[in-house]
Design a binder for this molecule. Structure first.
Ligand SMILES: *Cc1c(COP(=O)(O)O)cnc(C)c1O
Length: 358
C-alpha cells in the first residue's frame, strides 16, 4: 500500500481549501484575502517561551469579552476563526453519520472542515437576493435528522451582503433543540448592522465566530473566538488542542484588545469604508462591469462581462484578486479586497485598460 492509500478515503478525495496564499501569483498588490492593507506595530511584552502557554489565555478572554459585551465564560479563543468552525463540527458531528448545512455562495471553510472530518454536507443555495431560503432549510432539517450544524455568514463572504435579521431569528427558532447554528461574524466590524451577540442569551444553540484577522489587521496572528453560552463553550473546550494559542499570539492579542487599540481599529475601519465607497464609485463608471453588489464588508463583489479575462489580466500585472467564477451563481464575478488608496487606484486603472482597443 502507498502512503496515500493508507490515508482516510475522505482525505484522499479531499480538495484542500484554496487559500489566497496557496493560489500563489507573482503579486505586488494582494487584494484576495480580505486582509487589512497595512500592519499595526506591537512589541512582545515577554520573551520567555520555555513554558507552555495558558490553555485559554485569561487576559485575552477577558479583553475580548469586554469588547464583545459578554462574560469570559461565553468565550473560547481559537487559532483563527477557522479553528472555531472546525471545533463545532468536531464536537457536534459524528463522522460518517451526521451532516452540516450551509448556504452557497459562501465561505469555503465550512465545506473543507466537514470533508476533512468526514461529515456529510447539505447545501441550500441562497436566494437570488443572497438571502436564506428558509423553507428549503426547514425541509432539509426535517428530511435529515442527522443534520447537526447550520452555518450562516453575516456579512456574507464573498458577496458582502447582510442577511435579513428576521430570517436569522426565524432560523434560530426553527433549529431550537434541534441543531447548532454557527453565525460567522468575521466582518461584523465593517457594518452598521447589529451583531447577534445579545441573542446568545435567548438561544443556547447559537455559536458566533469572530476573528482578529480582518478589522483588527492581525491575520498573521491566527487569533479568533467563538462566543456562545457556557454549556456550548465548555463542549468546544473539550475538543480543542491542549495549548492552542502560542505565547506571542496571546501577548499581542491581549494588547490589540485594549480600549485604546480598539479606538484605532474603529478609525481603521472608517478609512477602509471611505476607500471602499470611492472604489465602488470609480468602478461604477467603467463600461465592462455588469453589476457591483451592495457590500457591508472590506471587499466588494463585482460582476464583469468577462470576469476571467479581467482576473487574468490583473493577475499578469501582479494585482491578485479573488476569482469567484466557479462559485454558485457568481459566474464572471471577482471579489476585490479594499486596499490602500494607491492599491485601489491601480486596480481601477488596470480594469479600465482590460479589453481597451485604444
Ligand atoms: C477570514 C474569515 C474567517 C476567519 O479567518 P481566520 O483568519 O481563520 O480568523 C472566518 N469566516 C470568514 C467568512 C472569513 O472570511
Amino acid at each position: 500500500m502507498t502512503i496515500s492509500q493508507l490515508s482516510r478515503t475522505n482525505v484522499q478525495a479531499l480538495t484542500p481549501y484554496q487559500s489566497a496564499r496557496k493560489l500563489g501569483g507573482n503579486g505586488t498588490i494582494w487584494l484576495n484575502a480580505n486582509e487589512y492593507p497595512t500592519s499595526p506595530k506591537f512589541q512582545l511584552s515577554g520573551k520567555d517561551l520555555n513554558r507552555y502557554p495558558e490553555p485559554q489565555p485569561q487576559a485575552v478572554l477577558e479583553n475580548y469579552a469586554n469588547y464583545a459585551g459578554v462574560k469570559p465564560e461565553n468565550v473560547i479563543v481559537t487559532r483563527g476563526g477557522d479553528e472555531g468552525i472546525e471545533l463545532v463540527i468536531k464536537a457536534f458531528c459524528q463522522p460518517e453519520q451526521d451532516a452540516i448545512l450551509y448556504c452557497p455562495p459562501t465561505y469555503g471553510m465550512y465545506a473543507v472542515s466537514a470533508e476533512t472530518i468526514g461529515v456529510e454536507m447539505v447545501t441550500v443555495n441562497q436566494t437570488t437576493e443572497f438571502q436564506l431560503d428558509l423553507p428549503n432549510i426547514k425541509q432539509a432539517l426535517e428530511n435529515n435528522p442527522n443534520l447537526k450544524v447550520v452555518f450562516i455568514c453575516n456579512p456574507n463572504n464573498p458577496t458582502g451582503t447582510l442577511l435579513n435579521r428576521t430570517d436569522v431569528l426565524k432560523l434560530l427558532e426553527t433549529t431550537r433543540n434541534r441543531a447548532i447554528v454557527v453565525l460567522d461574524e468575521a466582518y461584523i466590524e465593517f457594518t452598521q448592522a447589529d451583531t447577534f451577540v445579545p441573542e446568545i442569551a435567548n438561544y443556547p444553540h447559537l455559536a458566533i465566530v469572530r476573528t482578529l484577522s480582518k478589522a483588527f489587521a492581525l491575520a498573521g496572528l491566527r487569533c479568533g473566538f467563538v462566543l456562545a453560552n457556557p454549556e456550548l463553550i465548555e463542549i468546544l473546550n473539550k475538543v480543542i488542542a491542549p495549548y492552542p494559542i502560542p505565547v506571542p499570539s496571546a501577548d499581542i492579542a491581549e494588547q490589540a484588545l485594549l480600549p485604546e487599540n480598539i479606538e484605532m481599529v474603529k478609525q481603521q475601519v472608517q478609512t477602509i469604508l471611505s476607500e471602499r465607497d470611492r472604489l465602488v464609485k470609480e468602478l461604477a463608471k467603467l463600461p465592462n462591469i455588469v453589476e457591483i453588489f451592495d457590500t457591508h464588508a472590506n471587499y466588494v463583489l463585482v460582476k464583469f462581462q468577462d470576469g476571467q479575462k479581467v482576473f487574468k489580466a490583473l493577475w499578469d500585472e501582479g494585482i491578485i484578486l479573488r476569482d469567484q467564477h466557479k462559485a454558485v451563481n457568481l459566474q464572471n464575478c471577482i471579489r476585490i479586497t479594499v486596499g490602500t488608496t494607491e492599491e485601489n487606484q491601480r486596480v481601477i486603472e488596470a480594469i479600465k485598460t482590460v479589453g481597451c482597443v485604444c
